[in-house]
Design a protein around this ligand. Structure first.
Ligand code: IPE
Length: 258
């Protein structure tokens, strides 16, 4: 089984509030279906989550009651986004259902806790893909917080032991510097703990869950459990399908010492 995260930067326009990229999502869902691989899809929030989350400091937890309407609004927005992603999976012939982390689970000081695995396992058993996503989730210590799609990936990887975890973004992988600013930036095909220390941490986009270098650190941590974590560019048509079919593509693989 392959675990796939469709990043918010590929499924939405991150600079415009609630702008869904139907064309990209439809293509990616068809690529998944055509690969014939068993997959579980997680997705990010993009502009359906980050813009309001940042404005109201949702990632830092509860600080004032003024945040509450924003908490509910973000949950509403990411559920709408998830419905649109699931609609494209269904259209591509993949039975799928949204499993909103904020409605099904809690967090404990920023860490997602999946208390009961039965709903997810039962869906998979019957042949329906459970789709988790970046959401606002109630937190035992902080009141609430942001559960990123990456955290959902980590929890699902522990539970389902996939062959690979694939992070679909709008960049080819991790670079030695920010490729949007530095023409000498080079793609790093394989990341180890040691290589990570040489990477510029400037490669961050304006979001509340921490940029490319932060993502790569999480991927390295995840890969300690024995599976490769791959960052690929989903804006390039055919890339996801090729990777799922086991072909070589331009990407960054995170592989921790095991
Ligand atoms: C963020 O999830 C969730 C919210 C802001 C509510 P992600 O961090 O996984 O989203 P993307 O992929 O960066 O957009």
């Amino acid at each position: 089984m392959m675990l796939i995260k469709l990043g918010g930067s590929v499924i939405t326009d991150k600079s415009q509030y609630r702008r869904f990229d139907k064309e990209a999502v439809s293509r990616l869902c068809r690529e998944i279906a055509r690969s014939g691989r068993q997959t579980v899809v997680v997705h990010g929030a993009g502009s359906f989550g980050h813009i309001l989350a940042k404005r109201h400091s949702i990632q830092n937890g509860y600080s004032s009651k003024e945040q509450i309407p924003a908490v509910a609004m973000i949950q509403h927005d990411v559920r709408e986004l998830s419905s649109m992603v699931v609609a494209e999976l269904l259209e591509a012939g993949i039975p799928a259902v949204s499993v909103p982390p904020g409605s099904c689970f809690v967090m404990d000081d920023g860490k997602l806790v999946i208390g009961d695995e039965e709903p997810i396992r039962s869906l998979l058993k019957i042949g329906i893909m459970p789709v988790l996503f970046g959401d606002v989730v109630m937190d035992r210590k902080k009141g609430f917080g942001i559960c990123s799609g990456d955290q959902a990936m980590e929890a699902l990887a522990k539970m389902l032991k996939p062959e690979k975890a694939v992070f679909v973004s709008d960049i080819d992988g991790l670079f030695t510097a920010d490729p949007k600013k530095d023409p000498d930036a080079k793609l790093i095909p394989e990341v180890t703990e040691e290589a990570m220390e040489r990477v510029s941490i400037e490669q961050s986009v304006d979001d509340v869950t921490g940029g490319v270098a932060g993502k790569m650190k999480e991927m390295l941590d995840m890969s300690k459990n024995g599976m490769d974590c791959v960052l690929i560019n989903g804006s390039v048509p055919g890339n996801l399908q090729s990777l799922l079919e086991g072909k070589e593509i331009r990407c960054t693989v995170a592989r921790a010492q095991r």
